[in-house]
Write a protein that binds this ligand. Structure first.
Ligand SMILES: Nc1ncnc2c1ncn2[C@@H]1O[C@H](COP(=O)(O)OP(=O)(O)OP(=O)(O)O)[C@@H](O)[C@H]1O
Ligand SMILES: [Mg+2]
Length: 459
């Protein structure tokens, strides 16, 4: 299919070539411009938006290959096709190695020209959309309902984009509050099952019988009290996504049943005789690593392989401090709006405190802290008094460092450094920040202690 708006620039020093090519291409519905020198071509290409550049290998000023090199250097993606006289086919092949899309030998046949151009423009659009996707993801601060701009989160967005349109079962791991359910929903919404249902079930929330009843449903009279038939999550999620939350908490017996249902894509309701066919994509989540649960015999190895075709591991918030400010801003405006308030800022010491805290409850904890702060706040700025006590005083009080009077300054410094590292759980970036020194200085000092054999903790 011809891309109607495709723009083509043709550069040749022979007027007859220019006019012939122009007539053919205009006849095919393209927008065509012509120039007769390399300099003019370069000028047009750097200012204009051309899909395709047709250029003679030899021009009086700048030749085709040199032009091609300049385009690549400047990051101009316009696809290039080289015209060549019969004698210079070898150089045209050379040009292709340097990134030209193809070459056409003169005299140019109209049909060949049309075919080659069609393919080159298609290729150009493919390259452009790939680039755009990459760029779009690279500058994202939000993806679906997920907020985050750190490299770690951008990688997660890419993973979601890749798996969304497949049927591969995905397992999402990460500490509590890192956004596992948000990611599961994003995969569902971005994929080709988005029109189907998203059914979530928390496997740790029910004892075995009730869990199986929830998963597989039952027929009327299956057990005392089963007055009506009831479809389970598997059936409800047909043509959509089934989200099995806290998968490692599922009883081993139920795991065997789930495995069978997944492998055979059919199952029986409790008390049922007939098999129900289903087409579900399973996304599961766990806040313990699945390998560990397998080792501990809490998760069957076969179900582990079945469920974790792709594993997405969400990093804890403390490992992506770059996301804290962004999340805070988003939550401030969300909760200001909800509470009819205009809390827009944080006092500088509050910002420090938020970066200092290790956020064991991850984004959920941060979200709750900001909600609370907005509710309690009596001006447009959040102050320390508005923060939850555990954020202000994470370990129930700062660690006291005792340095006997009469100690050498060097000893005092060493004590401060080691205790701070202990407090930051060996997180050197945070320790350096707390101590008010650069990370490099901290490393230098630690190396110095190492050389002198005074390293108390394994650092
Ligand atoms: N990156 C994020 N952007 C915005 N909100 C987030 C993000 N991560 C988590 N949240 C919010 O934090 C809360 C917890 O998220 P979610 O339920 O997805 O976490 P989880 O990993 O499933 O936690 P748990 O293991 O405790 O079930 C939700 O309110 C969610 O909206
Ligand atoms: Mg969850």
């Amino acid at each position: 299919m011809i891309q109607k708006n495709a723009r083509i620039l043709v550069a040749d020093d022979e007027e007859i070539v220019l006019s012939t090519v122009k007539t053919v291409l205009k006849g095919s519905g393209y927008q065509v411009e012509t120039v007769s020198s390399g300099t003019a071509a370069l000028e047009r290409l750097t200012s204009g938006d051309f899909d395709l550049f047709l250029v003679d290998l030899t021009l009086p000023d700048i030749g085709g290959i040199e032009l091609l090199a300049t385009l690549k250097e400047q990051g101009i993606l316009t696809e290039t096709i080289i015209f060549t006289g019969r004698a210079s086919v070898a150089s045209a092949v050379e040009a292709m190695k340097k990134g030209a899309y193809d070459y056409l030998a003169k005299p140019i046949e109209a049909d060949r020209l049309r075919m080659t151009i069609l393919k080159a423009i298609e290729h150009y659009h493919l390259v452009i959309s790939n680039k755009q996707l990459k760029r779009q993801l690279q500058t994202l601060t939000h993806y679906d309902e997920i907020i985050g701009q750190s490299n770690e989160m951008l990688n997660i967005y890419r993973m979601i984009e890749v798996v969304a349109n497949t049927t591969a079962n995905v397992v999402i791991t990460g500490e509590s509050g890192t956004g596992k359910e948000l990611v599961a929903r994003a995969i569902h919404r971005k994929g080709n099952r988005s029109e189907g249902p998203f059914v979530a079930i928390n496997c740790s929330a029910f004892p075995l019988e009730i869990l199986e009843n929830e998963l597989f449903g039952h027929e009327q009279g299956a057990f005392t009290g089963a007055l009506k038939e009831k479809p389970g999550c598997f059936e409800l999620a047909d043509k959509g996504t089934l989200f099995l939350d806290e998968i490692c908490e599922m009883p081993i017996e139920t795991q065997a049943k789930i495995l069978r249902a997944l492998e055979e894509r059919r199952f029986r309701r409790l008390g049922g005789k007939k098999e129900v066919e289903v087409d579900v994509r399973v996304i599961s989540a766990s806040n313990v690593k699945l390998e560990k649960a397998v080792e501990e015999k809490r998760l069957r190895e076969d179900i582990y392989y079945r469920l974790s075709v792709v594993e997405i591991e969400l990093p804890p918030l403390r490992e992506r401090p770059g996301d804290i400010n962004l999340l805070v801003q988003e939550f401030l405006s969300l909760f200001s709006h909800k509470n009819n308030k205009t809390v827009a800022r944080l006092a500088p010491e509050v910002i420090d405190m938020l970066h200092w805290h290790s956020w064991p409850g991850n984004v959920r904890e941060l979200r709750n802290a900001i909600e609370r702060a907005v509710v309690l706040c009596d001006s447009d700025t959040v102050h320390i008094k508005d923060l939850p006590p555990r954020v202000i005083n994470p370990n129930g009080g700062m660690i006291d460092v005792q340095i006997p009077l009469g100690s050498k300054l060097e000893f005092a410094e060493k004590e401060m450094i080691f205790h701070t590292l202990e407090y930051t759980k060996n997180n050197k970036t945070r320790a350096a920040k707390t101590l008010g020194i650069s990370l490099k200085t901290l490393h230098n000092k630690l190396n110095h202690y190492k050389r002198n054999g005074v390293m108390p903790v394994d650092m």
